[in-house]
Design a protein around this ligand. Structure first.
Ligand SMILES: *Cc1c(COP(=O)(O)O)cnc(C)c1O
Length: 245
């Protein structure tokens, strides 16, 4: 279904195609938002990533911290910002603090505390999105929607974390209405909490939508879409390697 891009031109073409589809969806959206495309480069080896960077991808999303950290080291000669979009265990907070420019999967105070401590030691700050489980699937990481308000109230304790918004993974299903409901849940939660957000917490960003559903996410207000396979080609590793099942 998704072709492997094998040259700078092919990457450029894929990115242009996705951006045109994002823009068309944005024009259909009543939310008037700007939308950023975050290319997701997990499993893609360094040689091919270098082509994507040449094609203009200067922010890359990675699900697994060690894989991302390895690529960051190997590609330190390039102008790339790394965004960690997958669940983090506290014992890997040190790695994220070292190299990430954004972390989109914050879902526990323990991880917030561990990240903040490491970041303070390095004198760095980090943009973060709070991950919300909008599908109700037990296998999904993220806070339940009703937990988010109390969670945000605790963020003032973590001076190195700049909360910028919310992130979700929609239900994995062919039922498009269920997928859309996940996006609507995230947007309405954001709109409600925005009014009363604590000082320092900004809820501008909604990171939602992937290769199969990013247009729907944009129609429902996404400001960041995380697209892997539609840019880089089908992945060899099954999704269960990256997501609990
Ligand atoms: C892999 C991944 C994506 C992108 O999925 P594609 O199907 O490749 O577009 C988005 N978000 C997260 C959290 C991911 O791990």
């Amino acid at each position: 279904m998704f072709q492997q891009a094998a040259s700078v031109d092919e990457f450029r073409q894929n990115v242009e195609t996705i951006e045109a589809r994002i823009e068309a969806a944005r024009l259909r959206s009543p939310h008037g938002q700007l939308v950023r495309l975050l290319p997701v480069s997990k499993t893609v080896p360094e040689e091919r990533l270098r082509l994507a960077v040449q094609a203009g991808c200067h922010r890359l999303g990675e699900n697994k911290v060690q894989e991302a950290h390895r690529k960051w080291q190997a590609m330190a000669d390039l102008d790339v910002e790394w965004v960690v979009i997958g669940h983090l265990q506290t014992n890997k907070a040190k790695l994220v603090a070292e190299f990430a420019s954004e972390f989109q999967a914050l879902d526990s105070l323990r991880v917030a505390e561990a990240l903040d401590r490491r970041l303070q030691a390095l004198g760095r700050g980090l943009d973060v999105l709070v991950q919300v489980n909008t599908s109700g699937e037990e296998s999904k990481f993220g806070l339940a929607p009703h937990e988010v308000e109390a969670f945000l109230a605790e963020m003032g304790a973590f001076g190195a974390l700049r909360v910028r918004g919310l992130m979700t993974l929609a239900a994995f299903t062919d039922d498009t209405q269920r997928v859309r409901d996940c996006f609507v849940t995230l947007r309405t939660l954001r709109d409600r909490l925005r009014q009363s957000a604590p000082t320092g917490v900004v809820l501008d960003e909604l990171s939602m939508g992937m290769s199969g559903d990013f247009e729907m996410a944009v129609e429902e207000g996404a400001t960041v879409v995380r697209v892997g396979q539609a840019i880089f080609g089908a992945r060899a590793l099954p999704d269960s390697h990256y997501w609990p099942s």
